[in-house]
Design a protein around this ligand. Structure first.
Ligand code: PA5
Length: 443
């Protein structure tokens, strides 16, 4: 396979015809024009659209400079953030690193272990985190566009207190890196007052579209991935998808169009199944991107995720024979970083000699083909996205591919893919219950 990403759609043919796909072309073209000219819904949040090609070498150098300092001076980086301020970095680090990178000796890793905080409200989690940080050289990267999100704000307050106790004010100042809105928010104000190194999330880029800003790029660079290559991969996808909207040339839009046609036929749930453990957090990142972008106004495909083959032993039964409201998208990597071959045993007591000489990628490929066929026969249309490898370039391409696809998908179902008004409801209730100033007490 030479292409960075390939979309296989043979297993939807009995549900969606090429004619139906072609009939969506004028709609797709109209939305493409709206995207490119900034006339569609949510146009004030289109900063991500041409962000990769507008990212300068100077901006990347600045991020790499701070990342190099962190790699040299810390044993642990705690990245604090939630939702779009966390998932992209975690996805990239899991995709590009050694499976057990935090367990490797520092010399083999070449940089700090990376831990994530601020995604829950749990005393136990924070207690345990503070405990293991006690003897480590620590840096923090607190990431919040609004600067007011409760979960990361609580984690940061406690971790800041820990740092000040451990290092004193001057050293703490060098070890805290803040990524937030360029103009507003308490986190920006705090960073300016305390003199923390500050990176910016452009005002016109929403959280879940921000992985290619310092939100993702700083922790990803600390994790040792080549962010120049990652952005270059995203530029390739940006150029291709903004130049071509034809559904036989633009696979991001073809994927979006097929999802939309399946939705119209009652397939209201998409299960994105990663066929490689390194893709598990990438599909979680996709789930947030798709879910927050499309699920509004009583519309949207419910995005669910799985890791295959593990979840074939958990969700597999449901997918094969449960309620037929589901379609699947398999996400796979064409070639792993390492190929392990199954050995031949003279006695064959475990009965596995029929696999001897095959590598695990070959076996996994058959598992994918067998699953795709079985689920199709069980009434589940499915597509497959295959990426070439686990390189930073491929990942940048994939991130951008999904951003384009989800933006188009949102426009096709008629929602604003760039806002998330529904997220405020739980917060308002929680703030009221906690007597936050400015929130009316319940009767
Ligand atoms: O996509 C989004 O906008 C959200 O998921 C946010 O990223 C998330 O709520 C965190 O917000 P903030 O970065 O303001 O703390």
């Amino acid at each position: 396979m030479t292409k960075t990403l390939e979309l296989h759609t043979k297993n939807i043919e009995s549900f969606v015809t090429e004619d139906e796909i072609a009939r969506l072309q004028p709609e797709v073209d109209r939305h493409q024009q709206n995207l490119e000219s900034g006339r569609g819904k949510g146009a004030e949040f289109l900063g991500w659209l041409h962000l990769p090609s507008q990212t300068t070498s100077d901006a990347l150098r600045e991020i790499e400079h701070s990342a190099a300092w962190i790699r040299e001076n810390c044993e642990t980086l705690v990245s604090i953030g939630i939702g779009g301020s966390y998932l992209g970095a975690k996805a990239a680090i899991d995709f590009g690193s050694h499976t057990f990178s935090n367990q490797l000796p520092p010399s083999a890793r070449g940089g700090p272990e990376i831990l994530f905080a601020g995604q829950n409200i749990s005393s136990d989690t924070l207690h345990d985190l503070l405990e293991i940080l006690e003897d480590k050289k620590v840096c923090l990267n607190v990431i919040s566009k609004s600067g007011t999100t409760t979960e990361p704000a609580i984690a940061f307050r406690l971790l800041k207190q820990f740092m000040e106790k451990k290092y004193g004010p001057d050293e703490t100042r060098k070890r805290i890196f803040v990524t937030t809105d360029p103009k507003k928010g308490v986190l920006k104000q705090l960073a300016d007052e305390e003199g923390y190194r500050r990176f910016v999330i452009p005002g016109d880029v929403g959280g879940r579209y921000s992985v290619l800003t310092p939100v993702g790029l700083l922790p990803i660079a600390v994790g040792g991935l080549d962010i120049k290559e990652m952005v270059a991969g995203a530029v390739d996808c940006e150029k291709h998808t903004s130049r071509h909207s034809a559904l036989d040339q633009n696979s991001a839009y073809r994927y979006a169009a097929i999802r939309n046609l399946l939705l119209r036929k009652g397939k209201t749930l998409e299960l994105m199944a990663a066929f490689h453990p390194a893709l598990q957090t990438v599909v979680e990142w996709w789930r947030q991107l798709a879910g927050e972008s499309e699920g509004k106004d009583g519309k949207g495909i419910f995005p669910a995720t799985a890791e295959y083959t593990a979840d074939l032993h958990s969700l597999g039964q449901w997918v094969q024979e449960g309620n037929r409201i589901i379609f699947e998208t398999f996400l796979r990597v064409a070639s792993s970083n390492h190929l392990i071959e199954i050995p031949k045993f003279p006695e064959d007591r475990d009965g596995l000699n029929y696999l001897a000489g095959k590598n695990l990628d070959e076996v996994n490929e058959k598992a994918w083909q067998g699953t795709a066929q079985a689920h199709l026969e069980g009434g589940v249309p499915n597509m497959t996205l295959t990426v070439k490898d686990r390189s930073a370039h491929t990942l940048g391409y994939l991130f951008y591919f999904f951003q384009r696809a989800v933006a188009m998908s949102g426009y096709l179902i008629g929602v604003n893919p760039f806002d998330q008004p529904g997220v405020e409801f739980y917060k308002n209730n929680m703030f009221r219950l906690l007597n936050k100033p400015g929130y009316r007490k319940e009767k």
